[in-house]
Design a protein around this ligand. Structure first.
Ligand code: SF4
Length: 369
């Protein structure tokens, strides 16, 4: 068979984990040349070829930034590949409608912790940037839980923890520490992000944080006014153990962590349990979660809550004038509000607050509205 070269993916890490890696693992054969970040080697079926990554590292020296146009980067990568492997077929990932299986990456030894947090703060403007991770980390540690930080040091500044992924990484590797923590975690908390997809890939019990109920099934404004589809359904489908959304700030997420730590998880069918009480569950757990591939039923002493993942096709109504004024007043009194340019300092994107507060799909990154 003709040797193939898989050009490196240089976009968002979440798309790499959820879309590109499954495609590479499904399509590649031993002897193929794999492009990718050499620091992420354990995620790939073979060590990524550094000469294919060099043009990406030169174009995005501080990591991917959607503001920086790729220009002719793919053409340059093709030229490098053609030069080095003139007889090979050259492949680049492009969206298709295929559902590839979970990539069978080899997991390193687990590093046991109670809670793994995945702070996310990109160098570019993004409404996910301002989530109060340090406050959640402090609250977790006050409860006596051992806290680990996944991801990178740059995204976790000032978040207190017992152990950090980058301290567990071998030299020349920026992902093994995170994999060890995800593998050893009793629960992982992330946003709708690359580490969230990685947690679902390794079947770590996980909580995925969104501003409001329903956001996990919709598109939310993240960058410069553009709605981005949330991918909770994908995480839920991959995760064979437990994947639940949480909505709001640290106190709501703390309650969700507490539930996950105490939950007994059973496989469906959910319909058999919908009308029943928690007391009917064998062993009488404090919380039970009945799971199917595309939904979960959370059974609490006070009642049952069905968590669906199918996209909502409701069209969100534009906020009323009263709601717009309410949002604007919250912004004006918020320490993150920058009156000079009418922007939110927490998300830092160029979408002005006057527009943000009128949008049906925009959210306050701090969970205030
Ligand atoms: S209240 Fe307004 S300024 Fe403050 S964090 Fe929320 S969106 Fe940003």
């Amino acid at each position: 068979m003709t040797q193939r070269v898989f050009l490196p993916w240089f976009g968002h890490f979440g798309d790499l984990v959820r879309d590109v890696l499954p495609w590479i693992w499904a399509k590649s054969q031993p002897g193929d040349i794999i492009g990718g970040n050499p620091l992420h080697g354990p995620l790939y079926p073979a060590a990524p070829e550094p000469r294919l990554w060099a043009p990406v590292a030169a174009h995005y020296p501080t990591g991917y930034d959607y503001h920086v146009r790729p220009e002719a980067l793919e053409e340059r990568l093709r030229a490098v590949a053609q030069d080095l492997w003139p007889r090979a077929d050259i492949l680049a990932w492009a969206p298709d409608s295929e559902r590839y299986p979970k990539p069978p990456i080899l997991l390193p030894d687990p590093h046991p912790v109670d809670v793994v947090l995945a702070p996310r703060a990109k160098p570019y403007a993004d409404a996910k940037n301002g989530w109060p991770w340090a406050e959640l980390a402090r609250s977790c540690r006050e409860r006596g839980w051992i806290v680990g930080l996944a991801g990178s040091r740059a995204e976790s500044a000032n978040v207190p923890a017992n152990v950090a992924a980058w301290d567990l990484d071998p030299a020349g590797d920026a992902v093994t520490g995170t994999l060890r923590l995800l593998h050893g975690a009793r629960v992982v908390v992330s946003l709708d992000s690359g580490i969230g997809h990685l947690a679902s890939l390794v079947d770590a019990p996980q909580v995925v944080v969104y501003p409001q109920r329903g956001d996990e099934r919709r598109s939310v404004v993240l960058r410069d006014g553009h709605p981005v589809a949330m991918r909770f359904a994908d995480m839920h489908r991959w995760n064979q153990r437990l994947c639940l959304p949480a909505w709001g700030g640290p106190s709501e997420v703390l309650a969700a962590i507490d539930e996950v730590l105490r939950a007994q998880v059973l496989n469906g069918p959910i319909d058999a349990w919908k009308g029943r009480h928690l007391a009917d569950v064998p062993g009488r757990p404090a919380i039970a979660v009945i799971r199917e591939a595309d939904r979960s039923l959370v059974m609490r002493p006070g009642g049952n809550d069905l968590i669906e993942t199918t996209p909502l096709d409701d069209r969100l109504e534009a906020p009323s004038p009263g709601e717009i004024e309410h949002r604007a007043a919250l912004c004006r009194s918020c320490p993150h509000y920058r009156s000079g340019n009418d922007q939110c300092g927490l998300c830092g994107c160029a979408f002005v607050v006057a527009e943000r507060t009128r949008s049906a799909v925009a959210r306050c990154p701090g969970g205030r509205w």
